[in-house]
Design a protein. Structure first.
Length: 151
């Protein structure tokens, strides 16, 4: 197997199940010297609230870094970072309570969909439907704050 085939296999593994759960997903490479980022764009069906488009930015060269996930919805969110990306889990949670690269793109899009549902419910009720962590950021790059998480 060549290096290209290995990367292609890794991409197929990462995207496994998208053809069923998110058939409109698009993958766009953003490459350069020391820059191996990929954008994924998909629409997600948020239960009772309709479709929303999400964009995911992942650094394939550093899969341990937190992916950035945005929605095209311009309204402010309860759990988001300064760059507007969704704050979907607490960075210091163990891997079983947050998304990790090995979970794949479908799991990440599912978390985004669930997070957006919670945001909509928060707008309606003023209550966050699920666990939260304090919005006190650790002091190292790529750290996050609180929110939906797994389960």
């Amino acid at each position: 197997m060549t290096v290209g085939e290995s990367a292609e296999t890794a991409t197929l593994d990462f995207m496994r199940g998208c053809d069923v759960g998110y058939p409109d997903v698009q993958r766009l490479s953003v490459a350069g010297e020391g820059f191996d980022k990929v954008l994924y764009i998909a629409s997600v069906e948020v239960d009772h609230f309709g479709r929303q488009q999400v964009t995911v930015l992942i650094d394939e060269g550093s899969t341990h870094l937190r992916p950035r996930v945005w929605t095209t919805d311009p309204r402010p969110l309860k759990h988001q970072f300064k760059d507007g990306s969704l704050c979907m889990w607490y960075v210091l949670d163990p891997p079983g309570k947050r998304w990790v690269h090995e979970d794949g793109l479908v799991a990440l899009l599912d978390l985004a969909k669930f997070h957006l549902y919670r945001e909509e419910r928060y707008r309606e009720t003023g209550r966050w439907m699920g666990p939260e962590a304090p919005h006190i950021l650790p002091t190292y790059p790529g750290a996050g704050s609180a929110s939906a998480g797994k389960g």
